[in-house]
Design a binder for this molecule. Structure first.
Ligand SMILES: NC(=O)c1ccc[n+]([C@@H]2O[C@H](COP(=O)([O-])OP(=O)(O)OC[C@H]3O[C@@H](n4cnc5c(N)ncnc54)[C@H](O)[C@@H]3O)[C@@H](O)[C@H]2O)c1
Length: 332
């Protein structure tokens, strides 16, 4: 029997990530090839015409899984009955703007959209925040949508995770699908810590540790980390636009694995509400290694953390503590 359609909301859908993301969702990349979807797309009034253009293209693409499209600038209409929410819309940092000004704009957007989700979305909706500052936007959303379970509010660090896999695959000249269990700890910002200490590569004789195969700790502890941390800036420099197709693809991976599960023996990175694991203060949205089953994520426990990692994990946590207090000062 055919499955019921799932309603997926994409905010900021007229933007560049939105334009790459909605066809992926409509093709089944996010929820599977047998899962019909109804797309809800929200943007702001100045983008209404462009949003309608995206709707026209979705219709023209005749996607068999796409059972309906709601394109709107009305947040209530956008949020009504949605099951999956991907929040891409936000206020970008413009030249000359202070960090606090950008935070303040986004805090008010996320507060308002949290209230609409709280009232109108499906009670068990799963939320992924993509827009920056992603971890702190997700935290604001969590605080203003108290009836959505805290485990259902996450942010995107899968792009950073995938970037780390890509760098290792390039360095070792192995297929990216044979590399697994890198970790992104912390904030989706340049303080994030890409960690390969538990990562492995499948080769003809079995699984081998990335550290052993790369055999160059100086590269792994230096250039590799910086490349992953700075990849977003490198893409902007090259494209004059920020990453879009890779961000959209990572958003699909994040929801796909959350809903359908991670393969046995494999973990992924997700920004989730900290429960104090690994000494990370509870009450932050922090990127951890997680496995997913039955629509629930769990933080991978008991990984050995060396001194180098500890310092980097704490530094990115400290940045999130600062962002949290900045966000709270914007709310007052
Ligand atoms: N977490 C990640 O890995 C990651 C990666 C890349 C980009 N990003 C972030 O994703 C966000 C979107 O990037 P983009 O390149 O698509 O930007 P974009 O400017 O092309 O699109 C953003 C869209 O959001 C809309 N918007 C603004 N305010 C809104 C509101 N209140 N409600 C609904 N829509 C609203 C805009 O009109 C625009 O169409 C940015 O914040 C960017 O920094 C995050």
């Amino acid at each position: 029997m055919a499955k019921d359609a799932v309603r997926v909301l994409v905010t900021g859908a007229a933007g560049q990530i939105g334009y790459a993301l909605v066809p992926m969702i409509a093709r089944g990349v996010m929820l599977g090839p047998d899962q019909p979807v109804i797309l809800h797309m929200l943007d702001i009034p100045p983008a209404a015409e462009a949003l309608n253009g995206v709707k026209m293209e979705l219709i023209d693409a005749a996607f068999p899984l796409l059972k309906g499209v709601v394109a709107t600038t009305d947040v209530v209409e956008a949020c009504t009955d949605v099951n999956i929410v991907v929040m891409v819309g936000g206020f970008p940092r413009k030249e000359g703007m202070e960090r606090k000004d950008v935070m303040s704009k986004n805090v008010s957007i996320y507060k308002a959209q949290a209230s609409a989700l709280e009232q109108y979305a499906a009670k068990d909706c799963k939320v992924l925040v993509v827009a920056n500052p992603a971890n702190t936007n997700a935290l604001v959303l969590k605080e203003f949508a108290p009836s959505i379970p805290e485990k259902n509010i996450t942010c995107l660090t899968r792009l950073d995770h995938n970037r780390a896999l890509g760098q290792i695959s390039e360095r070792l000249n192995v297929e990216v699908s044979n590399v697994k269990n890198v970790i992104i700890w912390g904030n989706h910002s340049s303080t994030q810590y890409p960690d390969v200490n538990h990562a492995t590569v499948t080769i003809s004789t079995g699984e081998k540790s990335v550290r052993e195969l790369v055999a160059d700790d100086q590269w792994l502890n230096g250039e590799f980390i910086i490349t992953v941390q700075q990849r977003g800036a490198a893409i902007i420099k090259a494209r004059k636009l920020s990453s879009a197709l890779s961000a959209a693809s990572a958003a699909c991976d994040h929801i796909h694995d959350w809903v359908l599960g991670t393969p046995k023996g494999t973990w992924v990175s997700m920004g989730v509400y900290s429960d104090g694991s690994y000494g990370i203060p509870a009450g932050l949205i922090y990127s951890f290694p997680v496995t997913c089953a039955n629509g629930q994520w769990s933080i991978v426990q008991d990984l050995k953390i060396d001194e180098f990692s500890r310092a980097k994990m704490d530094a990115t946590a400290n940045e999130l503590i600062e962002e949290k207090s900045l966000a709270h000062s914007c709310l007052n």
